[in-house]
Design a protein around this ligand. Structure first.
Ligand code: NCD
Length: 311
């Protein structure tokens, strides 16, 4: 996958995914082995939307590979404020960096931007579209906690606007997972995603539910998401739904002892803090996995450029 853009999880085959996860596991076991591997390499960060984990874990990953970052900074302080187009911005920054990470509020922005650059461009979230690098760390966490074979997963919350959900659902179809989608009617998965999942998975194992109760006992993983308030066209619609689909310690009484609870974070009130103390909680581990997984991905994309001892 060297020199590829990473725009959507649809482009990732099972073997691509396994390559990244295996490399991430190696790196996590011995991070010092890659400490200077990309010395001198620079990663360009272009975040047009807020980010804590994604931006900081990319930055950490690049620095732990011996490289560094150049950061556009906030939209407010960049030339975007003067009306510069995204196409011009990426064309300029590709001249400064060996790879680019882009987060943008507009769905499709990463696809468009990638057409203007030759260095690898990684989509770190495009509106309600996709977030494929989050998916890789989600899959890593699932593999570690529950395994990817014969998986039964519940994905709950804002399935309409949640880009982490869209990316995860496509990627899981490579593993023939049983996917249960739990949401209010108004936040169901976009119909085109459901359609694609049925097309991609020979024996599609995709079910939609409005209640968690009926399905919870059968789940290996419960992936909870935040209601994407910033994407609601109407605040009153958000208010109607906010506060629904919350998980507390009492909710989990009906779950299997081995249930793994995940969340891409940030959470608002979807998971009560008491759940953090249970064996189920894997969301902080999940966020930490962002570093070895993004190290692995950057290493594979950058190849031996600026590095040593490439195999
Ligand atoms: C997610 C995102 O930005 O899509 N955050 C993240 O990258 N971990 C999820 C969210 O904002 O709810």
């Amino acid at each position: 996958m060297r020199h590829d853009h990473v725009i959507t999880s649809k482009q990732l085959s099972r073997s691509d995914i396994e390559t990244v996860l295996d490399r991430a596991a190696e790196i996590r076991d011995d991070p010092t082995a890659v400490a200077d591997r990309h010395a001198g390499a620079l990663l360009g960060l272009l975040f047009f939307e807020p980010s804590t984990r994604t931006k900081m874990s990319f930055e950490t990953a690049m620095k732990r590979l011996g490289g560094d970052v150049v950061d556009m900074g906030s939209v407010e302080s960049s030339s975007v404020k003067k009306g510069e187009t995204l196409a011009d911005t990426v064309r300029v920054i590709e001249g400064y960096a060996d790879a680019l990470v882009l987060r943008h509020p507009k769905q499709g922005a990463a696809t468009m931007a990638s057409e203007f650059v030759d260095v690898p461009l990684l989509n770190a979230g495009d509106g309600a579209g996709q977030h494929p690098t989050q998916t890789l760390l989600d899959l890593y966490t699932i593999r570690e906690n529950a395994g990817l074979e014969d998986l039964t997963i519940g994905i709950m919350g804002d399935l309409k606007y949640g880009r982490t959900v869209h990316s995860l659902a496509y990627a899981l179809s490579n593993f023939d997972a049983h996917q249960h989608f739990i949401s209010p009617e108004s936040l169901r998965l976009p119909r085109e995603v459901v359609y694609d999942l049925h097309q991609e998975q020979e024996r599609a194992q995709v079910r939609e539910h409005e209640s968690l109760e009926e399905i919870l006992p059968s789940l290996d993983v419960l992936y909870v998401t935040r209601i994407q308030r910033e994407r609601f066209p109407d605040e009153t619609e958000y208010q109607k739904i906010a506060g629904e689909y919350q998980i507390g310690v009492d909710t989990l009484e009906a779950a299997s002892d081995d249930l793994t609870v995940m969340h891409p974070l940030p959470r608002v009130d979807e998971i009560a803090p008491e759940v953090d103390e249970t064996e189920h909680a894997a969301y902080f581990e999940q966020a930490h996995n962002g570093v070895p997984v993004r190290m692995a991905l950057l290493d594979l994309l950058l190849g031996d450029e600026g590095g040593e001892d490439d195999e």
